[in-house]
Each structure stands twice: as C-alpha cells, then as structure tokens.
Design a protein around this ligand. Structure first.
Ligand code: SF4
Length: 186
C-alpha cells in the first residue's frame, strides 16, 4: 500500500477556544498530505474544502478537524487519548482514500459551503440590530451570501464572545471568506 501519511506527532495541546472543558490539539504530519484533499472532498459529506488555501475541514460528532498540507488541528477534544484515536482514524482515512484515488473523481469545488445556520449558531444571538439587520439570522444569511462583512457584527468582537468568534473566524477562513487577520489565532 502506498501511504501518503506515514506518521504524525502531537506538537501542541491548547485550551479549546470553543469549549474551555476541552482541548485543541495540533499534530504535525510527515510529508505533505494536501494531494488527497480533493478526493476526500468527494467521499466525505459536509466537509469544507478550500482549494486555494489548501485546507479541508471535517465536521464529525460536533468536533472540527482541519487538515493542512503539513499539520492537522483538532478542536473540542476530551484528552490526548481521544486525539490519538482521531489521528489514527484520519491516518487510515487519508491513506485508504489516497490508495483508491484512481477510482474517485476529485472534487475541487467548495460545494459543501458554510450554511447560514452554521454561522447563526456562532453569533451573539441577541438580535441587537447593530449590524443593520433585524436579526442575527438575517445577518447570517447575508454573510453567507457575501453581502455583509463579519466585522459589522460589533458585539462579536467584544471579549464576551471571544470563544464563539474564534470558532466562527476559523470556519469562515476555512471556507474561503476574508476574515480580519488580527483576530485569528496564531
Ligand atoms: S450586530 Fe451581531 S448580535 Fe447584533 S443583530 Fe447583528 S449579528 Fe446579531
């Protein structure tokens, strides 16, 4: 079997921004894995592929796994044991998909785009109208249609909503949206 991902190593364990009870794990991978992303984009339901940025985000059991060419980020993880299990699953998924790629039509489109509801869940949800919209859902619909910028939701950029904001900005960036870089995590 020709493997694309031979090994990985957990290099950072951080508090999870979306859930303080959980952790965020970053693992470096051997070699480059982005060649498999368009094939994973075909076989996985609901993943977010950003071809120009070379990232693929997989949503599974309320967790987000973002694959980059050289590393993988896991969010909302219980502990390192769970991280190891997910990384083993991802390694098998990546290598199996890569081995079978001749039988899979690669999909380079960002078809599984972010839904307005995904965005809405991460907004303050107060319907304060400061963005000029009547409701947060209305704002989310406009945002997904690229008719308004995330920065227009001023309350989201207050300290109170830092955790939601971090997750939302990460999701938006993975989906190819412009996000204010000064608010992104390093
Ligand atoms: S400013 Fe933000 S919190 Fe207020 S209504 Fe608009 S989207 Fe909702």
């Amino acid at each position: 079997m020709k493997m694309l991902l031979h090994s990985y190593e957990i290099t950072r364990t951080l508090p999870c921004l979306a859930d303080p009870e959980k952790i965020r794990v970053i693992a470096d991978v051997s070699g480059e894995i982005h060649e498999v992303f368009p094939y994973l984009n075909t076989i996985l339901k609901g993943c977010i592929y950003n071809h120009p940025a070379n990232t693929l985000t997989i949503k599974k059991d309320g967790k987000l796994f973002t694959l980059h060419a050289h590393h993988i980020t896991l969010t909302k993880i219980e502990d390192e044991k769970e991280a190891e299990e997910i990384l083993r699953w991802l390694k098998d998924l990546i290598n199996d998909t890569y081995e079978n790629r001749a039988k899979i039509e690669p999909n380079y489109s960002m078809a599984a785009e972010l839904k307005a509801l995904d965005i809405f869940k991460l907004l303050p949800g107060t319907n304060c109208k400061k963005c000029g919209e009547l409701t947060c859902l209305g704002f989310a619909v406009k945002l997904v249609g690229r008719d308004i910028e995330i920065r227009k939701c001023d309350p989201l950029f207050s300290e109170k909503y830092q955790e939601k904001r971090n997750v939302l900005l990460e999701l938006l960036q993975a989906s190819g949206f412009e996000v204010p870089s000064e608010f992104l995590n390093p």
